[in-house]
Design a protein around this ligand. Sequence first.
Ligand code: G16
Ligand code: MG
Length: 220
Amino acid sequence: EKVGFIFDLDGVIVDTAKYHYLAWHKLAKELGFEFTKEQNELFKGVSRKRCLEILLDIGNISATQEQFDTWMVEKNVDYLAYIEKMDASEILPDVPRVLEYLKKKNVPIALGSASKNARPILEKVDLLPYFDSIVDGNSVTKAKPDPEVFLIAASNLGVTASSCVVFEDAVAGIQAANAANMISIGIGEDTILNEAKYNFKDFTEISDEFLESLLNKNHK
Ligand code: G16
Ligand code: MG
């Protein structure tokens, strides 16, 4: 039984959360309130639409559909201005080593992200060629913690769900991976990602031996 690997984007491959934050912060300011870094934690792995709903809740602001749509566009335009300036130096530590290791072993690799900007970001940082399938915010109808994004990725890779390994930095993402019956690996704070099967601070802590054990399914 072939093993497949699925990577989340924001917080796993690149730290775009800081750019999402700057764009949301600017919008909040225009609407007359402060949006904090702590509040930004709630936005990780969450769709753009849901983020704006939460933001308006925080600011206690009600919007017409037209205003809502305008603000969605405005936030994304600001976000894309940051993305435009990204390059390979923004790839998180040891991500290329892990991707290279898996590629050498002919392991199928997918992206499983909530972002509608996933493809241009991978292009910007020169990682697009590593991915056999990209499942992003344009291809799913149900957001994490629903397992849909990862189940589509598994099916695109031709791998059964239980033979997939998922790297995630968001609680909702770990829950989605678990709901899909996949091996969930938390990247970040183990106290926050305590539902994950394994936890690592970042990819520098993930050895080739550990990757090999995942491929051979002899990890515990
Ligand atoms: C990412 C971020 C979220 C963001 C979402 C949608 O998810 O973590 O904060 O709201 O994508 O992004 P966009 O506005 O580009 O469509 P992931 O799943 O890559 O961590
Ligand atoms: Mg993420």
